[in-house]
Design a protein around this ligand. Structure first.
Ligand code: ATP
Ligand code: MG
Ligand code: MG
Length: 554
């Protein structure tokens, strides 16, 4: 034993292995409905299912739960596949619930013939009125005792397109007095005259989730069908439907439930995320403000960061709220190891180095990543005029301000020690230029006594004449409230943070000219940034993935 602790789902699997299952019986699936893009909540389910696959060397299917043609699209299927792959997982077989429509139909006929399903021809309001309450039994439909012949005729008519939507449904004949409301003759099929993204117009009856999911698990021989807690009450129905078809020679799938994961300051529901896209609150599903996998990718998150986050929070039996700062922590932790360090100034003020020779420039060596020696070094240009951050200069400041102030010294990262001598202001009193002197013997790495001299602050900078201008998109939380979709009297849309995106122009060191879309870097002292797909030859666009705690520049 490695001493690692198992989660409760792994304990269930381990127990099954002790009680007769063999490892080769194990098979899992990740079952998204292609009605939107995957979000950070799905990452938990993906890591759980594929993690079990890796642990037991068992196959994991990617199952599209595509039973509702009104909301589903091929584009969502494509996006889901891209995201699961990007997260680093490989599925065994790509399956669709719609692959099983014919088998499900045949099994439904079998149920009708056995007197276990019937066609109901009431309106949905009438059926709802007969459902009863959790405390009172429901009442039987007047169609509940239709003959098998009549049921077969009507059900075939439904399938053959003879009826309008809503005219008839097929229901399982279970128990209108069951303690479990879901067992009160649940609907198995409805008429929908809608083309399906895969089966096109082959079918105009579509099976309901409960009838489809367990049977699909059975067809695929999934041993453990893991879903979120809202399906706990469905388990009895899942089992009832399986009882109708299972063959004792085969694996009988088990549904087990775990808690949905919620992230603070956002919503994790495809329906709600779709609303943000449709109402143009964001630019699309992959907007970096979105908690979607594609939004996080575009924002600069790595698959490792998302997987580490999901593994750290693990799975739970109860719902709770995970603070988004934990996700950000994992982004920083991984990006710190892999992101090359570069210099960029987001809010520039010009520094003129008065004793630096006019028209001269020099190229200084600087390390690409202090966390990774193999990342090597690069050259950055230095000249008489540079930009530093406006916030890094104050005319006067107390002793705790380890940046630049009049009469004070700082080191320019990988360059020289400078001293602020004076500054100029515009008519409104804004500082427009700082005049500094530099110590020519203090060049970093030159080995001189002056180069080793300790000064309190180190600032990042870029040479004015070499700097490249870029658009930088700074992100904040999309919702001002921690838990925007849990308020009784308010809608989550009421909590949209209008300042979640700020677009600025920044000045970058010239080495960044050769970055490509998706490249991730650390702008020193500022945070981690990623090249956005909106970038062009003419203009680079960067997204701020996550800020940085000031480490070397205090
Ligand atoms: P949504 O409300 O976002 O559409 P869903 O559960 O309907 O969520 P599915 O496409 O059915 O979305 O989800 C695929 C799998 O991912 C399911 O097993 C589901 O239970 C799981 N899942 C979805 N959201 C979360 C979440 N927030 N935390 C953990 N697992 C989740
Ligand atoms: Mg679902
Ligand atoms: Mg859903």
């Amino acid at each position: 034993e490695t001493g690692e602790s198992l989660n409760f789902i792994e304990h269930i699997v381990e127990e099954d292995l002790e009680n007769g299952y063999s490892v080769s019986d194990l098979r899992f699936r990740f079952p998204p409905e292609p009605n939107g893009y995957l979000h950070i909540g799905h990452a938990s389910s993906i890591c759980l299912n594929f993690g079990l696959g890796l642990r037991y060397n068992a196959p994991v299917n990617l199952r599209f739960d595509d039973t509702n043609p009104i909301k589903e699209e091929q584009a969502y299927v494509d996006a889901i596949k891209r995201d699961v792959e990007w997260l680093g997982y490989t599925w065994d077989t790509e399956r669709y619930a719609s692959d099983n429509f014919q088998q499900l139909y045949e099994w439904a006929i079998k149920l009708v013939k056995e007197g276990k399903a019937y066609v109901d021809s009431q309106s949905s309001e009438e059926m709802a009125a007969q459902k009863g309450t959790p405390y009172e039994p429901g009442s039987n439909s007047p169609h509940r005792n239709r003959s098998v012949e009549k049921n077969l005729e009507l059900f075939e008519g439904m399938k053959d397109g003879k009826f309008e939507e809503g005219a008839h449904v097929l229901r399982a004949k279970i128990d209108m007095a069951s303690q479990n409301m879901l067992m009160r003759d649940p609907i198995m099929y409805r008429v929908l005259h809608k083309p399906h993204h895969r089966t096109n117009t082959d079918w105009c009856i579509y099976p309901m989730y409960d009838w489809t999911h367990g049977e699909s698990d059975y067809i695929e021989q999934i041993s453990h069908s893991l879903c979120t807690l809202e399906f706990a009450m469905h388990r009895e129905l899942y089992d009832w439907f399986l009882d109708q078809v299972v063959d004792s020679e085969k694996i009988r799938p088990k549904q087990r439930e775990f808690a949905r994961r919620n992230l603070s300051h956002t919503v994790v529901s495809k329906r709600k995320l779709l609303q943000l896209v449709e109402q143009k609150v964001v630019y699309g599903w992959d907007d970096p403000r979105m908690p979607t996998i594609s939004g996080l990718r575009r924002r600069g998150y790595t698959p490792e960061a998302i997987r580490n986050f999901a593994d750290t929070i693990g799975i739970a039996k109860r719902e709770n709220l995970i603070d988004v700062s934990l996700l950000e922590f994992h982004a920083r932790e991984h990006l710190n190891k892999i992101a090359p360090r570069v210099m960029a100034v987001l809010d520039p003020v010009k520094v003129v180095i008065t004793n630096y020779p006019e028209g001269e420039e020099e190229w200084l060596e600087t390390e690409n990543n202090p966390e990774d020696e193999s990342a090597g070094t690069r050259q950055i240009p230095f000249s008489k005029e540079i930009y530093i951050e406006r916030a890094d200069f104050k005319e006067e400041a107390n002793r705790k301000f380890f940046r630049l102030k009049l009469g004070g010294e700082v080191r320019l990262k990988s360059a020289y020690i400078i001293k602020a001598e004076s500054c100029s202001k515009d008519s409104e009193g804004n500082i427009v230029e700082i005049q500094c002197s530099y110590d020519p013997k203090s060049k970093s790495g030159s080995g001189t006594e002056e180069s080793m001299r300790k000064v309190k602050g180190t600032l990042h900078w870029v040479s004015v004449k070499h700097a490249i201008e870029a658009e930088v998109r700074l992100y904040d939380r999309l919702f001002s409230d921690e838990s925007p979709d849990t308020h009784k009297d308010k809608d989550y849309m009421d909590f949209i943070n209008p300042d979640a995106l700020e677009v600025i122009t920044a000045y970058l060191e010239p080495s960044l000219r050769k970055t490509k879309i998706g490249d991730r870097v650390q702008f020193q002292r500022l945070g981690y940034f990623c090249v956005d797909p909106d970038s062009s030859q003419e203009k680079l666009v960067f997204n701020r993935t996550v800020g940085l705690r000031d480490t070397w520049a205090k």
